[in-house]
Ligand binder design. Sequence first.
Ligand SMILES: [Zn+2]
Length: 249
Amino acid sequence: MNRISRRQLVKSSGGILGMSLLGLPFGGRHHESPRLKVVVTGGHPDDPETGCGGLIKLLTLAGHNVKIAYLTRGEAGINGTSHIDAASIRTEEALSACQILGGEANFLGQIDGDTFVNKDEYENMFQFLKKEAPDLILTHWPIDTHRDHRACSALTYAAWTRLEKKAELYFYEVLSGNQTQNFVPTDYVDISDVRAIKHEACFAHKSQKIEENYANDHGKMEEFRGMEGNVRYAEAFVRHVHNSEMFER
Ligand SMILES: [Zn+2]
């Protein structure tokens, strides 16, 4: 297990992310174990990896348990390929990416491009998160041009509130400016030391040809967030403050 240096946390708004990356003892609600239980939800295979693959790798290197939950299997994501075949290809790619990051893949059973935010899906996400009982949840920022990302965020947020906000909630960005909109970070994580392995995980999604454009989209985000944090490469997050903190202000 690698020890995570203080440098890898560029800026923290004071939440669990800072504590976990600094490698401090953390009991959370799993008092028998110092490990954090982390769940990352994403609309499609490749969203968690591109949005916060660096953070996921830092967390797993620090010994924390990370589950990556994909709302869909990316059924509509390969032109000229049937939903069934695309789901099969992209499931394998997601499994490879998760293995590289040290996380565990979960698939939540919705269909790419045809996601629902309704009573049944609220219940499904709630039951999933209730079962996992995470200390930390990461999901899409809710203002996003892709409806599946908005759906994932809305379902996760609703489940988090129904679970009485026991976990810490952070939002990650994907292709800011193109997909994620109006995202003003509260937390920055220095991913310089794990950037290469994050890219390996992203590029495991061969059907998405991420490698071809990475330098011009996701790569630029890592550079820009790094510039904001005065490090080479960073990922940025918005932390949902707790109600008690709001009242304290
Ligand atoms: Zn997506």
